[in-house]
Design a protein around this ligand. Sequence first.
Ligand code: SF4
Length: 120
Amino acid sequence: MAYVITEPCIGTKDSACVDVCPVDCIHPRKDEGDFEASTMLYIHPDECIDCGVCEPECPAEAIKPDTEPSLEKWLKVNADFARTWPNITQKKDAPADAKTWDGVADKFATHFSANPGSGD
Ligand code: SF4
């Protein structure tokens, strides 16, 4: 079992989860306000120890246990990108336009980008 980051993270990228994760298994984002690069964060399914401390830290409520139903797409997205992109180990400031993406529906279809972030 692991936790998984879902659609509300796209564009908001608060990254409070990064500061509390004891095993640094949260992968990347990019901070330059470039929405085309690393639009969200991912949890590495093989590194997550299922402690659950990240879930209540996310203001967008984007983090879910993988036991919840209908998360198949997000399980694949987290696994695919967390395995190929670098991790980050400290919280960073949210993007300047983060609030404009909070609560927006269907962001994966219209605004998701597969471009990597730079890690730290
Ligand atoms: Fe990290 Fe624990 Fe969250 Fe997994 S559940 S991503 S180990 S804080």
